[in-house]
Design a protein around this ligand. Structure first.
Ligand code: CA
Length: 222
């Protein structure tokens, strides 16, 4: 989620990141951001400090109070050392001074997500499945499989929650944020899971994706 009141900047960040495969949401005020972090889970929050109705630092404090694992990057025109130190001490993972290059922001987000979800690895290995997150490539038994963006995101989500039941609601939220109606998204999830499962099964006999009746799905490796 991008918390930024400069609309043009917010849009250019979100366009850039969406081209790179991220699902982005934006909040232009402190209040809007506050409401969203209490409702949804985000992998990463990009937050400006000077918002028209509040201080971005308080959003970070709020997230920490919620016990959130969300990665946090401050983007601010304030370049003083004190601001950076306070920001990082409050709980931000990184601090970028405006103006910055979108490609640098993108690289830093990927690095935070790698750290948080995949213990800092460039390569995710799970039995015969290998994922290279930086290039979004997936190999099964050393053979490249071609996934759609949503199938790829789904596989990553499964693997970072392996052997745990994940509900359709949490999959929908992960894949689409709040931009899609829950009921509609369940049909899409079913189709994406069916296709992902088929593509993996073409290269291995191991069927990892289980349907847990009435609850959701599980990526079972045990
Ligand atoms: Ca601002």
């Amino acid at each position: 989620m991008i918390v930024e009141d400069e609309k043009v900047l917010s849009e250019s960040i979100s366009d850039f990141l969406e081209k790179g495969g991220f699902v982005c949401e934006t909040a232009q005020t402190y209040d809007a951001a506050q409401e969203k972090i209490n409702l949804y889970h985000y992998d990463c929050l990009i937050v400006d400090l000077t918002l028209p109705d509040g201080n971005g630092l308080n959003i970070i404090k709020e997230l920490k109070k919620l016990g959130s694992q969300t990665g946090i990057i401050i983007v601010s025109a304030r370049s003083a050392l004190d601001d950076k130190i306070i920001g990082l001490e409050t709980g931000a993972d990184d601090y970028l001074t405006k103006p910055f290059h979108l490609s640098e922001l993108n690289a830093r987000i990927k690095s935070i997500i790698r750290r948080k979800s995949f213990e800092g690895k460039n390569e995710i290995l799970l039995n015969e499945i290998k994922i290279l997150p930086d290039s979004a490539e997936v190999f099964v038994n050393e053979e490249l499989i071609i996934l759609t963006r949503k199938e790829y995101e789904l596989l990553l989500f499964f693997i970072s929650n392996k052997n745990r039941i994940i509900t359709k609601e949490s999959i929908a939220e992960h894949l689409w944020g709040d931009e899609m109606d829950m009921a509609d998204s369940f049909d899409f999830i079913y189709t994406h899971i069916k296709n992902l499962r088929k593509k993996i099964l073409e290269k291995t006999n191991n069927d990892y994706i289980r349907t847990i009746y009435g609850m959701g799905y599980k990526f079972a490796t045990l």
